[in-house]
Design a binder for this molecule. Structure first.
Ligand SMILES: [Zn+2]
Length: 303
């Protein structure tokens, strides 16, 4: 009998080797990050494609429709929390919820503002100061991270979770607008009068800066900041989440702090393009979105 050229063992070995190589080549990121930075960056670019998201603008209403549909598609219960401000503007906070109302697990709110500022009043060129801010970092970055988390987080989490996109954060010191953080103040006021209170509120704002450095924000609840910074250090981002205070910032976490709810603000306030026309896609990066997204993912899931 002629010895077969391909014996059975060799064929099995070659087939197994081929399957192994193919799976490594085709699916290299099976164990890589669950937060997809490309998808997060797509969410940022989509917001910019609507134009400025100033209150009452076409870009603003396009955003509300788009974000509502996306979050619904990601499997969230989405509702609009609306009301009239003293200047007669009807705000819309977008609330995406996975919440059974039970007290047996923690209730966490993640928030970011989606409105962009009417005027680039910090622009070095006075001619630009009457133009609206594009809001790639100041607006779109925080929202992009939360929308990708909404898509990436496991549906079964041992937490009641709300992802809230706030309106009317960024119009302070503008005539006809009484203050900053009006959307979050309205929600915090309602929550303050209800029996059940969230265990933590974490705000992300201006976290897309290419040169990302997030200092501990001085109004934030220290124990909550400790928790998140410890996760960041464990993930190797100790040089990004810097364990020192630098700024005290009035942001969407403050109304919740005033209601006695632990809250933290993740913000990189060293951003030269802040409130200028240069707050555009050239000054943000997907790597920065991914760092913040991965830290929050790990903080929420323990993974
Ligand atoms: Zn701003």
């Amino acid at each position: 009998m002629k010895k077969p050229l391909w014996n059975k063992t060799l064929v099995i070995f070659i087939l197994s080797f081929t399957v192994l190589v193919t799976s490594v080549v085709l699916f290299p990121s099976v164990t890589a990050a669950l937060f997809d930075e490309n998808q997060a960056f797509y969410y940022l670019e989509q917001q910019l494609s609507f134009g400025p998201r100033t209150p009452g603008s076409e870009g603003h209403s396009k955003f509300v429709d788009w974000a509502t549909a996306e979050l619904t598609n990601s499997g969230w219960e989405v509702l609009h929390h609306s009301g009239l401000l003293s200047n007669k503007y009807e705000f819309t906070n977008i609330l995406a919820q996975r919440d059974d109302g039970g007290e047996d697990k923690p209730w966490i709110i993640l928030g970011a503002h989606y409105d962009t500022r009417f005027f680039a009043d910090s622009d070095p060129d006075p001619a630009n100061r009457t133009q609206p801010v594009p809001g790639a970092n100041d607006g779109a970055s925080g929202v992009a991270v939360l929308m990708e988390l909404a898509s990436a987080l496991p549906k079964t989490l041992d937490k009641n979770l709300w992802i809230v996109l706030f309106d009317a954060e960024d119009q302070g010191r503008i005539s006809g607008w009484e203050d900053w953080c009006l959307g979050s103040a309205a929600l915090a006021e309602e929550i303050a009068t209800s029996e059940r209170k969230p265990d933590a509120v974490v705000i992300v704002d201006m976290i897309g800066d290419k040169n990302l450095e997030i200092y501990r924000e001085s109004n934030s609840t220290p124990a909550l900041v400790d928790e998140i910074w410890a996760v960041a250090a464990k993930e190797g981002y100790g040089h990004i989440f810097i364990d020192q205070e630098k700024y005290r910032i009035l942001d969407d976490h403050v109304p919740f702090l005033e209601a006695g709810i632990p809250a933290a603000d993740l913000i990189d306030f060293d951003y030269p393009a802040w409130h200028t026309l240069s707050d555009d896609v050239s000054n943000v990066s997907k790597e920065s979105l991914a760092i913040v997204g991965n830290v929050l993912y790990s903080w929420l899931t323990g993974k």
